[in-house]
Structures are given as structure tokens and as C-alpha cells.
Design a protein. Structure first.
Length: 121
């Protein structure tokens, strides 16, 4: 969609903040999780701003909304993986809360953007 750059979208900016937070926390995971939870949570979190950016670059609002829905699915995946990491003792309670709060904010922003695009059709 022409006119606006994905980097101007607050949902994308906050999703990038979430990527940084997840990477900073997941570096503390045990070495045996390198190819397990560490890899999985990193792939999932990177897909959030990536899907927002890809959707914004598509030709139609409908396509953009589709990619925003994929981003929301990835957000839920990251939230679940954060809870798993917390239950395993890899992330402390304060970091868990911060990650879940930011993921919730990104979810609200992404959903609001998708709803706005769907209304404007």
C-alpha cells in the first residue's frame, strides 16, 4: 500500500522493541535450548514486525490485514513461549511481565490497525 512507510507504524516500532527484549532475555536461556526454545521464540518474535512490514508493502488493504492477522498469531506464539520459559525458570517474573505487557500492547496496536483497514475498505 502506497503512501505510508511501515517504519512509521507504531505497531511495527513496538514490535521491534519486543524483538530486542526477547533477544536480550533469550540469550540467558540454557545452552541446551539453543536449537529448541531459544530458536523458536526468536523466529516467532522476528516474524511479527516482518509480517507488519510485508503486509504494508502489499497492494491491497485485504492483503495487509491478512499479514497483520499472521503477526497477531505470532504474538500469541511468543506469549506462550515466554510463559513456558518463565515456568522453566529461564525468565524472572519481572521480565516475564514486561514481555507479556509489551506483547499485549503490540497485539492491541496491530489489531486496531487491522480493524481500521477493514473499516476503510
Amino acid at each position: 500500500m502506497a503512501g505510508r512507510n511501515y517504519r512509521d507504524l507504531i505497531a511495527w516500532q513496538k514490535a521491534m522493541d519486543l524483538v530486542v527484549m526477547v533477544y536480550r532475555e533469550s540469550v540467558k536461556f540454557p545452552k541446551e535450548e539453543t536449537y529448541g526454545l531459544t530458536s523458536q521464540i526468536r523466529r516467532a518474535v522476528v516474524s511479527i514486525p516482518s509480517n507488519i512490514a510485508e503486509g504494508q508493502g502489499r497492494r491491497t488493504r485485504r492483503d495487509f490485514c491478512h499479514f497483520l492477522r499472521i503477526a497477531v498469531g505470532s504474538l500469541r506464539e511468543v506469549e506462550t513461549q515466554v510463559v513456558i520459559a518463565s515456568r522453566l525458570g529461564y525468565i524472572d517474573d519481572q521480565s516475564t511481565s514486561a514481555l507479556i505487557d509489551l506483547a499485549g500492547e503490540v497485539c492491541r496496536l496491530t489489531t486496531a490497525l487491522a480493524n481500521s483497514l477493514a473499516r476503510d475498505r
